[in-house]
Design a protein around this ligand. Structure first.
Ligand SMILES: [Mn+2]
Length: 451
């Protein structure tokens, strides 16, 4: 009988679930990341990270794991809590430094939602030895010597907030997990912040760089497809459909953020995501779209005219932004302050806009260039990091822009020109590598592609 079953499996395959992915890091890498975190955690602090379902009750959204759980375990499913503590947690007379609590599936859950990995399978891909079902242990006893919880907030799409100090997206602290703990341990301090994790996550290891490159390559190929087809586009949403379809066709699970596709006046709206308007002839189309691959984000923007040919005014503004971007990218290397990337790009743009008479002085810098030039990139599109000095292994975007909406206090010929050019940059030992280098951005190359 066993033989027949084996033969059946060989012939037809058993595809309960498709995890882990073949290009995931091996278990030692996750284990090493957890050990690095334990090194910098203070004594008597328990680090806690919850799977995304703890932070939102929207069951209809496609599940995407909390970035910190992905980083430390690779576990991509709901109903999980990661606990790390450098003093060790006493379970049955043994000290455990890392624990993953997961929910045991019943047959109904398997039937409706599909099978999740067993304890052994989780152990195999994450390297965590101590995996317990929620109802198998009394986790109240875990925290008898704890004076502080360091809780990882949910960060995807949280738009620069989590590293601004304490989180403004608090974990649902009245979840059952905390209710009983609050009764038995009323004096534990709750610290919702990535103060420890960000020190590790800002420096990407080789496995992360590989996945980031894959995400970027998918985005580059998809942007190319849009540029080549730009003259056939009649509505903004056609680009949304084409580019997001291409992301998924090439293996991306998600978009890294909501696609921004703005034509004409909408090219001047920084976080425009309606993507419904008609594309008028000769207007600029700005598309800021990035794929997410195995949790890793890419973030790329190109701006091209709908008729395939830049007008005189479009060319002038476009080349200022391109010059600012090139100077800023050249400046990116280990040791420089993160904020200086913006200073370099802003200096180029301010000087050019003063020469054109569009602004009077640097004090007006934010009139047509109202956002920062860079952010870190990783598991989150606006990734957690110290935002201090660049280190080898950091990944950042460089994305200057100029936006002159209708009604601006300048010659009408500039109105509704909005240009942003954004690439993804890996900081290396003495220099940097533009991960999205294969996506053209010189006007002559773009016009050639659109022919
Ligand atoms: Mn960006």
């Amino acid at each position: 009988m066993i033989i027949y079953l084996l033969l059946f499996n060989l012939l037809f395959g058993i595809d309960n679930y498709s995890y882990p992915f073949p290009d995931n890091p091996p278990p030692e890498v996750y284990k090493n990341r957890r050990q690095e975190l334990l090194k910098i955690l203070n004594n008597n602090v328990a680090y806690l990270a919850f799977s995304s379902d703890f932070y939102s009750d929207n069951k209809n959204d496609k599940f995407r794991q909390n970035s910190d759980i992905l980083y430390y375990t690779g576990f991509p499913y709901s109903k999980a809590i990661l606990i790390l503590n450098k003093d060790g947690i006493n379970i049955d007379g043994e000290l455990k430094y890392e624990i993953l609590l997961v929910e045991k599936q019943d047959n109904m859950d398997i039937k409706w939602n599909g099978k999740r990995p067993s304890k052994n399978e989780i152990k195999d891909f994450s390297g965590i030895n101590n995996i317990y079902w929620f109802n198998e242990v009394d986790y109240n006893d875990f925290f008898n010597d704890i004076i502080e919880f360091n809780i990882a907030p949910y960060t995807k799409g949280s738009n620069f907030l989590p590293y601004a100090g304490s989180s403004v997206i608090p974990v649902e602290l009245d979840i059952d997990f905390f209710k009983s703990i609050k009764d038995s341990h009323p004096f534990i301090v709750y610290d919702i912040d990535l103060r420890y994790s960000k020190q590790l996550r800002e420096v990407k290891d080789d496995y992360e760089i590989k996945l980031l490159k894959k995400a970027v390559n998918i985005s580059v190929a998809s942007h190319k497809k849009v540029i080549k087809n730009i003259k056939n586009i009649n509505y903004e949403y056609e680009i949304e459909g084409m580019i997001e379809g291409e992301f998924k066709k090439l293996g991306a699970e998600n978009t890294a953020y909501n696609s921004i596709i703005g034509a004409g006046i909408n090219s001047c709206v920084l976080h425009y995501t309606d993507n419904r308007a008609k594309v008028n002839k000769g207007k600029l189309i700005l598309f800021d779209c990035g794929a997410e691959y195995h949790g890793y984000a890419s973030d790329i923007t190109r701006t091209v005219p709908s008729n395939g040919k830049f007008s005189k005014e479009q060319t002038i503004i476009y080349n200022i932004v391109l010059e600012a971007q090139n100077r800023a990218i050249e400046y990116c290397k280990e040791g420089i302050k993160f904020s200086e990337i913006d200073s370099v790009a802003r200096f180029v743009i301010d000087s050019a806009l003063i020469d054109l008479g569009l602004i009077k002085n640097n004090a007006q810098s934010r009139l047509y260039f109202p956002h920062g030039t860079s952010h870190y990139l990783g598991l989150d599109v606006h990734d957690v990091a110290t935002y201090d000095r660049l280190k080898a292994g950091n990944c950042v975007t460089v994305e200057p822009g100029i936006y002159i909406p209708e009604g601006s206090d300048c010659d009408k010929k500039w109105w509704n020109i909005g240009v942003r050019i954004e690439d993804d940059i890996l900081i290396t030992k003495n220099s940097c590598q533009v991960l999205s280098i294969d996506l053209p951005k010189e006007i002559k190359d773009l016009e050639e592609m659109m022919k």
